[in-house]
Design a binder for this molecule. Structure first.
Ligand code: ADP
Ligand code: ZN
Length: 619
């Protein structure tokens, strides 16, 4: 390799404007990535051409590269504004470990570190300066940045400039002021969430010129999607995690106690697990978060607030132990898995009880009627996703307005449910609802169907109904599955202002009276297949021999040792995929290591010998 990051830093004017080929070469050289991800090339092309850019890209697709590579290639200074301090800190650490001159100015840096950063800035040796928005008010900032050769302002989480969103940050309005004072340098803004209206708002508030817009699709193809009925809860989660030993992951629980109990349960089973929720002291919370980021194997049992602003690319799985709040929330939460692009697994476990609770929360909230209706529709979409009859990814992407082919990488594609004529099952279930006066919850309805003998049955004389006992051939769990499907298909419903009773919708009546048909999945016997989650975990999958797996384990141990010695997260040394490739290819020299994913020249220099020694010891 000949280009070194430092040697590319001749003054911008001395070189012709770098293009996409140079960007690709620099990416391979500095970061060791073989190629651009979808969307990156187009955005880079525009940024390198000097255009103002507004790009919407799902989390984890690699927005940072779109301003980091131009910063590295062009010389001059790139100012990066982001509200997420922990994330900035990690990006700066990752850049430094790849040999790029980057620094941050945030409240998390002490006075001495800030002083050193200002000095580097004045010397003109910085390529990227990460700054928290509240720092933009520093007096004389525009002049100082101007002298340092400011050529690009990169704005992360650009939706924070929009007053409509709930993420509005008044300090973001300073960005446009700063840009004007600094002679209107190029601006590249990025966000994971902005519909057309929000994009117009961002364009008006942030840019002095009309930006080029890019909207990348919502798909995250490396994430396996799985959903299952919750039966034993913790035991299902444990099974899932046991099939993925030594992997870092998140288990989202719905309550603080749920987090504590889950972590306890996992620890008892010998899994390195911690709880994270708002009930913990904030110092303890950040200590746990740090441990998670650094680790390559910790399982965090957390409430959904966990993960926001945590830049951990090697989260290998996300489990929802209960129904998420909405499709949007679900998409965001599973999106915290596999940000490095390597295979990652997700599993959501839910019950109709979760849906009923959520419905009650919506109903009891302060929102007005229109808002409640909207929330309920969104809940309905989530339930329909859970009980989707075909490719889950298609259903998910369709919700966000993207069309796609069946993905081959979800539980339903792997194991397509055979559909049966569900008329008789549906009619039995719905006549139990109708005959009992649409006044009862699921427990009782199933008891009636199965011919159970309870006080409630006798009290209401339900043992005299023609429906009594007509469903004795199915188990309670199987009936629960039938009801879930009927609900997802919109045939039965729970009134918003009710007390958990089930009623039949107009569409349901059509089926009940035989005027419409319904296709259902056959009632599952025993445990639902879906709760097994995704396919075999990635490393075990590619590392077929015991020998390769042993080498992989040794490489991971070396990575941990190096990371701990430097006080840095494991992934800043090497990505998981790099270790997998090393274990497969077993390079015998530094030269042979060059082509391996994630091995840039600086990392080769810094870590190459240490990993070669591990490989040599396994020959
Ligand atoms: P986000 O879009 O959420 O800001 P990041 O920029 O943090 O995402 O990138 C997510 C992860 O993907 C990082 O670990 C980054 O190093 C990695 N990455 C980005 N681009 C590529 C690429 N072209 N090939 C491989 N990995 C990449
Ligand atoms: Zn699919």
């Amino acid at each position: 390799m000949t280009i070194r990051p430092d040697s590319t830093l001749a003054p911008a004017a001395a070189r012709p404007r770098p293009g996409l080929d140079e960007a690709r070469a620099a990416m391979r050289e500095v970061f060791g990535f073989p190629d651009f991800r979808p969307g990156q090339g187009e955005i880079l092309d525009a940024v390198l051409a000097g255009e103002d850019v507004l790009a919407v890209m799902p989390t984890g697709r690699g927005k940072s590269l779109c301003f980091q590579l131009p910063a590295i290639l062009r010389g001059g200074l790139t100012l990066v504004v982001s509200p997420l301090i922990a994330l900035m800190r990690d990006q700066v650490a990752a850049l430094q470990s790849a040999g790029v001159e980057a620094a941050s100015l945030t409240s998390a840096d002490d006075a001495e570190a800030r002083e050193a950063t200002w000095r580097k800035l004045d010397e003109g040796s910085l390529r990227l300066l990460y700054m928290a928005p509240e720092r933009l008010a520093a007096p004389g900032l525009a002049q100082r940045l101007g002298r340092a050769g400011l050529s690009l302002i990169a704005v992360d989480e650009a939706h924070c400039v929009s007053q409509w969103g709930h993420d509005f940050r008044p300090d973001y309005l300073r960005i446009a002021e700063l840009a004007r004072a600094a002679g209107s340098p190029q601006i590249a803004a990025f966000t994971a969430t902005a519909d057309a209206a929000a994009r117009r708002d961002i364009a008006a508030r942030l840019f002095t010129r009309e930006p080029r817009e890019f909207v990348a699709g919502f798909d995250r193809p490396n994430i396996f999607l799985g959903v299952g009925a919750r039966q034993s809860g913790a035991a299902q989660v444990l099974d899932f995690i046991r099939a993925r030993p030594g992997r870092a992951g998140i288990v989202y629980c719905t309550s603080r106690k749920g987090c504590d109990d889950m972590a306890e349960r996992l620890r008892k089973a010998g899994i390195d697990a911690l709880a994270y929720h708002a009930g913990l002291e904030s110092a303890e919370r950040s200590a746990r978060q740090d441990r998670f980021v650094q680790s390559d194997s910790l399982v965090m049992c957390a409430t959904v607030a966990f993960g926001m602003g945590v830049d951990k690319p090697d989260v290998r799985f996300v489990v929802h132990a209960g129904l998420p709040k909405s499709m949007e929330a679900y998409y965001q939460e599973i999106g915290r898995a596999g940000r490095d692009g390597d295979p990652a697994d997700t599993l959501m476990l839910w019950t109709l009880g979760d849906a009923a609770l959520r419905r009650r929360q919506i109903n009891e909230s302060e929102s007005d009627a229109a808002r409640k209706q909207m929330e309920l529709r969104r809940l309905g979409a989530l339930i329909a996703y859970c009980e989707a009859p075909r490719c889950r990814r298609q259903t998910l992407l369709a919700y966000f307005g993207d069309a796609s082919e069946p993905c081959g990488h979800c539980d339903l594609c792997l194991d397509p449910p055979e559909l049966i004529d569900g008329a008789v099952l549906a009619q039995k279930a719905m006549s139990a609802i109708a005959r009992t006066g649409q006044r009862f919850g699921l427990e009782h309805l199933v008891t009636v169907l199965r011919g159970g003998d309870t006080d409630k049955v006798r009290e209401h004389g339900h043992d005299a109904l023609p429906t009594y006992g007509v469903g004795a051939d199915l188990t309670r769990t199987q009936w629960m599955g039938v009801f879930r499907q009927l609900f997802a298909a919109g045939l039965i419903d729970q009134p918003v202002d009710g007390h958990g009773e089930w009623v039949i919708t107009p569409a349901g009546r059509e089926v009940l009276f035989g005027r419409a048909s319904v296709a259902l999945r056959p009632p599952q016997a025993g445990r639902e297949a879906a709760s097994r989650g995704g396919p075999a975990p990635e490393a075990a999958d590619v590392l077929r021999t015991g020998e390769a797996r042993r080498l992989y384990a040794a490489l991971r141990a070396k990575r941990l040792e190096l990371a701990q010695a430097a006080g840095k997260p494991a992934y800043t040394v090497f990505a998981d995929r790099t270790l997998v490739e090393l274990a497969q290819k077993r390079p015998a020299s530094l030269q042979a290591m060059e082509g391996v994913f994630g091995v840039g020249s600086r990392k080769l220099e810094r870590y190459g010998a240490a990993f070669l020694a591990v490989i040599a010891a396994h020959r």
